[in-house]
Write a protein that binds this ligand. Sequence first.
Ligand code: NAD
Length: 272
Amino acid sequence: MKCWERFAVEGLTCVVTGAASGIGLAYAEVMAEAGAKVTLLDIDGELLHEQVTRLAAQGLDVHGDVVDATDRSAMYACFERIGERYGRLDVVFANAGIDSGPGFLDSDGQRCTQGALENLEEAHWDKVLATNLTSVFTTLRAAVRLMKPKGSGRIIVTTSNAAMINEAIVGTPYMPAKAGAASLVRQAAMELARFGINVNAIAPGPFVTNIAGGRLRNPADRAAFALRVPQHRIASTEEIKGLALFLASPAASYVTGAQIVIDGGMMYGRVD
Ligand code: NAD
């Protein structure tokens, strides 16, 4: 087999959570375009229907299911249906996530009352942790039930560079939630290696998506964030597809427990 042939994912069954928009949609697109059978899961039924219809019209093998990734029983039932439909699950992207509102500083460096620790609403903390951490746990469990009997599988979790660096202008719950997801990836990778299941994380920096109300589509916010990236720009979701394909493919057979940062160098700080 030629090395490049090991990037093939044709015929694999794949599930993506938070697949109707942004990074999750890019994962679903690249997998389906490369010949995988992709189930897109999202809480937003209208957007999901729109995207699944668009991809199906291109002749891609896609299916959509409306499900809230924080609803455990709905998720387990959904994965059971996926198991019945395809008889196996090869690749799952645990990607659903939300932003966490204002941080303790505004983007102009002023203290933000709403984002201060003592003012953060407990319900807000609970929602961010439920979506960005606990839903990853649920997705992993649901996927492992289908992958373990086959002795193979790929689990890819979208964390963030905020799992490793702390941020003043991002709402405080986001960082511990993503750091927790990154830790869960390493823990699951250790446990599942002997069952042929690789577990890895993709840790993006700023990408233009609909997160935070599409904040990075706004030219002023975009410019402010770009200044913090050594490449001096915000990424397009097209730029995450190659990494997603790699981690899902046989080419990544010896990669497990890794968190691959894709952030234009932002982790290393501002360079003028
Ligand atoms: P997005 O808002 O464009 O897409 C997120 C999708 O997830 C949406 O379709 C939304 O409906 C869905 N979703 C939200 N809550 C859900 C739930 N409970 N159940 C099912 N679906 C749900 O955002 P994005 O930027 O593409 O975010 C995808 C992932 O990437 C998130 O985990 C986010 O934290 C992470 N991330 C994004 C960036 C960035 O700059 N865009 C940077 C680092 C990490």
